[in-house]
Design a protein around this ligand. Sequence first.
Ligand code: URA
Length: 233
Amino acid sequence: MRLDKFLADTTDLTRSLATKAVKSGRVLVNGSKPKSASAKVSDSDEVTLDGEVLTLLSGFRYFVMNKPVGYVCTHRDSTHPLVFDLLDGVVNRMDLHTVGRLDMDTTGLLLITDDGQWSHHLTSPRHHQPKIYRVWLAEPLREDAEAKLEKGIVLEDDPEPTKPAQLERISDREVLLTIHEGRYHQVKRMFAALGNLVEKLHREQMGNMTLPADLKEGEYRPLTEDEVQLMLQ
Ligand code: URA
């Protein structure tokens, strides 16, 4: 974001007073005087005003988790551990929700937040956020699978065909599937409709966010401000 907006969001300065503060040398970005108040800063930059480090505080919390097998994406389950149990040190976990759900036996990218508007944007069918799953199948995939998935298939108990989905074959029993909607057990039901069975399912990507390579199963980290914004583009 622009430096003058950053200053207006993190201090009691208006944007024009922020511009004056920059001009008078009171503001440093990573220890240097910025060229102007319209310079761009990201959350990896250290911005100081009169020597004091400024932090952008959003009222909302955003996390990315590498969900392990065996955990459920709900607050109400007395028999299974909850993904929220993995958020060590995070307070008020009851206020958080997952952005969409992964089945108990699915692993991978899971977003967790208390910002309902943000998660609505990401899950709303209007925004068509693609989701990429790595799928391990019980049977070799038939040759006509790509064409059928691209055309849309009818799932059991649902007359509306699925939206076009894209398939990349890694081997005859391992594929990457991109879907643009989020129906109940969608990936498993799509492969069931193709006469196959999903043995293992892992989400690698959602919209602009790829599962961070350094997040081990069960680990999570807060999203950066840039990542939160990137998801909305
Ligand atoms: N589709 C499924 O079938 N399960 C998941 O967990 C996610 C997508």
